[in-house]
Design a protein around this ligand. Sequence first.
Ligand code: HEM
Ligand SMILES: N[C@@H](CC(=O)c1ccccc1NC=O)C(=O)O
Length: 283
Amino acid sequence: MSVDRNTRDLEPEIERDFSRKMSYGSYLGLDELLSAQHPVSGHHDEMLFIIQHQTSELWLKLVLHELRGVRSRLMADDLRSAMKGIARIKHIQRSLTEQWSVLATLTPSEYAEFRGELGASSGFQSYQYRAVEFLLGNKNAAMLEVFRSDPQAQALLAELLSATSVYDEFIAALSRRGYRVPQDLLERDVTQAHVFNASLMDIFRHVYENPAENWDIYEACEELVDLEDNFQLWRFRHLLTVQRTIGMKRGTGGSSGAHFLRSALDLTFFPELYAVRTEIKQA
Ligand code: HEM
Ligand SMILES: N[C@@H](CC(=O)c1ccccc1NC=O)C(=O)O
């Protein structure tokens, strides 16, 4: 290292020939990844728009992978390891939510220059986003119609629609641990969205009023609430970004736009875990 040249000398042992060895780029498939940006307009800012979506989809791919892991660890009654997966997902969610500030630098005037070229395409057609919602228990069979022209995406969603969600498996694990979960909930039609079930309230009230005796379950409940909070924060930042870039215009996907996105804030994955807060007895 020569300070005066402000140049770092490369050590002789540093690998330089990758003609027969796996390199960074080949391991990561960078040729494919970095040639997958295809702007449809000639506008400078479209690259930001594309990369923001692509990075979001990459993180969603990992969220899906981790959620599947969480679900199978719950099925194996390995609560601690399931919580490790949720901790990772929470960090990814924070990163996804934080990323909205980058897209917020796209002004309405800049977006208006290429929005017309997007046609009917929209984030509403993100199958990975829908898969995450399904895995968390917010099923909606009508969403599959959007993917008629993409059989692979439709098959993935069909598989998840008829599979149990993370919350279904958490509830099943509670039952195996001796908490009194009613049979009808254990045998619910898993193709439907989970809806508030009053019979879970006795269990969660007991857990929240006696944390010390139910510590790992208590912790798991709070992890799930963090997950839902984070999901809602992402939705809210999306809504704010939409409002500042297209105001109250209709969406390219055909919806009413901001109004439609606002109504997603009323959806909930774990309603009983929020409802229990109202019922905890005060000392
Ligand atoms: C300027 C940026 C953006 C605008 C103006 C925008 C606008 C919209 C609108 C209006 C909708 C409603 C569906 C429609 O009719 O099109 C929508 C849905 C959606 N967008 Fe975006 N969006 C933006 C960026 C993003 C980004 C970066 C993502 C990340 C993947 C994303 C993901 C989604 C998803 C998942 C939905 C479906 C939401 C739901 O079903 O509630 N959007 N977007
Ligand atoms: N729905 C957006 C368009 C949009 O944002 C979009 C277009 C193509 C691919 C992803 C998108 N992102 C989120 O909806 C709009 O109405 O302007």
